[in-house]
Design a binder for this molecule. Sequence first.
Ligand code: DAH
Length: 341
Amino acid sequence: MLEQLETLAKTAETELSQLNTSEALSAWNSKYIGRKGQIPQMLRQVSQLPKEERPTFGQRANQLKKSLEAAYEQTSSVVKSAEMEQSMAEGAIDISLPGRPLSRGRLHPSTQTLRRIYQIWADMGFQIYHSRDVETDEMNFQFLNFPPHHPAREMQDTFYTTNPDLLLRTHTSPGQIHAMREFCPEPIRVILPGMCYRNEQITARSEIQFHQVEGLAVGHGIRFSDLKGTLINFTNRLYGQGRPVRFRASHFPFTEPSAEMDVECFLCDGKGCKVCKYAGWLEILGCGMVHPNVLRNGGYDPAEFSGFAFGMGPERITMLRHGIEDIRYFWGNDLRFLKQF
Ligand code: DAH
């Protein structure tokens, strides 16, 4: 039995010397010196030996067990540190490498223009008033002095909902009525930005959706000269101090008198170019004195109150500014276009 033990210990030692992974080491450990390993098993058989042989066997067995344990500890520490070194070499990161840039989104060109417009009007004391996209026929047309069957309605091809009285607003002007009804009888100075919708053929020049920024001032003794002065102040801030402007008589049902405002072409300084179609002037907004019927529909007595209103198109302003020739780019979501701003 002692011989058997010696042979077993020899085999175990040889095997151990050939191991080089921690998995193999732990398998070796369970096979030979673990609680159910072969060496402890043999030790337990000591009782089967004749009494006089027991001490010698026991001593030798314990010696062998201890020396195998020591050998195991040593090999295991060598293997573990080799493994650690290898994993550090494999997982090494070069912290001096440049990072990968994150691609960042940016503001839509219309949003950029809208924010400039908001800033300027806010500096001039105008509040932003948001009003709804879905309107009644009354708000979009009637209260703005478009009589039923008036030909002016045909200028604005409308998207109707399944409820024939509900439509997508064709302009931001109905917001004037909402604002007046909310603030009456206080004076008003607001801009009303928002998306508008028209049922039209989509072309390079016309889209079925576009922004407008409406403006409205109501108070005592507001005159046409206030309208002109305020709008000239605005264009000076948007297009640069001293850029010439002109007002041309026009017609809108909700203003009387009505006008259109042109600014001298800032691309050719009025000499004439492709963008201004060789006119030297760019049409930038519609405006006028709020019609007495509209004031009344908003709750104000036109004998006591007066006001002015205006409406402009941020997409048009953006197109002129950047020389964009096709309005369809705005909602086409083509990154090649959007990335340029
Ligand atoms: N609502 C007009 C349109 O869509 C724009 C407009 C013109 C608004 C004159 C106004 C205004 O407030 O006074 O064409």
